[in-house]
Design a protein around this ligand. Structure first.
Ligand SMILES: [Zn+2]
Length: 259
């Protein structure tokens, strides 16, 4: 019991640390900057962060969200992002326990976090991201089919259904609006998500993504953090939906069928 809790705390901290590193990737890679040099610094005054100003979660709280030198605000996005990283790993651990399932699930949580955050900031998915997502998904599928006796075609149908649906959406949007609202990266991402989830739980992912997307986007518009014309990022919400479906999908289905 004590060991379970200690491991849970350690995994959560690992989630914070990875999310913090992904935050660096998200803010530097799109500008063609190195992720190692220069050391972390304030974007306003260039002040190089001391180690205690660079601790995930804690530094943001101690510094009250401001640079110690110039008082410029540190974007709250990265604070929330780090919290989500730890929370998601923790939830996956609570659900799966120390198991091969957890190993795959936590690695997939990390790549979902990276894809969602990067897309939120830049509206693009790098090819390397979905290639890693695909590789992890194939590994997880093979493990579940060979060792746990899952049915192989459930995953293929999931990929076809979810990928096909988003491909159709892309075509329809293109015909109506004459512009690419859904990128090819989004469609590939959803096909891989279907391959991960299998056809039974893909609907949960889409539902969760739609509901969360509506609530959060409308709140941002209401709070005047965003105007109505700016594009709605699909991927971050879909990544959230895929996370919920991957971790809780089977429990939700058993609950619905059982009740
Ligand atoms: Zn500063």
């Amino acid at each position: 019991m004590v060991l379970t809790i200690i491991l849970g705390v350690l995994f959560t901290i690992l989630g914070f640390v990875f999310a913090s590193f992904f935050g660096v990737v998200i803010s530097r890679v799109p500008n063609g900057e190195s992720i190692v040099r220069p050391a972390s610094h304030c974007d306003s005054c260039g002040h190089t962060l001391k180690w205690y100003e660079n601790i995930p979660i804690l530094s943001f709280i101690f510094l009250r969200g401001k640079c110690k030198e110039c008082g410029a605000k540190i974007p709250v996005f990265f604070f929330i992002y780090e919290i989500l990283g730890g929370l998601f790993i923790c939830l996956a651990y609570v659900q799966f326990g120390l198991s091969i399932n957890f190993l795959f699930a936590s690695l997939i949580v990390l790549i979902l976090l990276l894809i969602g955050g990067y897309d939120y900031k830049t509206n693009t998915i790098l090819d390397i991201f979905w290639i890693i997502f695909l590789a992890l998904t194939i590994g997880f599928d093979v493990y579940r089919i060979v060792v746990l006796g899952y049915v192989w075609w459930h995953f293929l149908v999931g990929a076809g259904a979810l990928g096909g649906f988003f491909l159709l959406l892309k075509v329809v949007f293109y015909l109506i609006k004459k512009e690419d609202v859904l990128g090819t990266g989004d469609v590939i991402f959803m096909a891989v998500a279907g391959l991960l989830l299998g056809y039974k739980t893909i609907l949960i992912a889409v539902l969760v993504a739609s509901i969360l997307g509506c609530i959060i986007e409308l709140s941002l518009i209401a709070a005047k953090k965003k105007d109505k014309e700016s594009p709605i990022p699909f991927c971050p919400y879909l990544a959230l939906g895929v996370f919920v479906a991957m971790v809780y999908g089977e429990s939700i289905i058993n609950l619905v069928i059982g009740g």
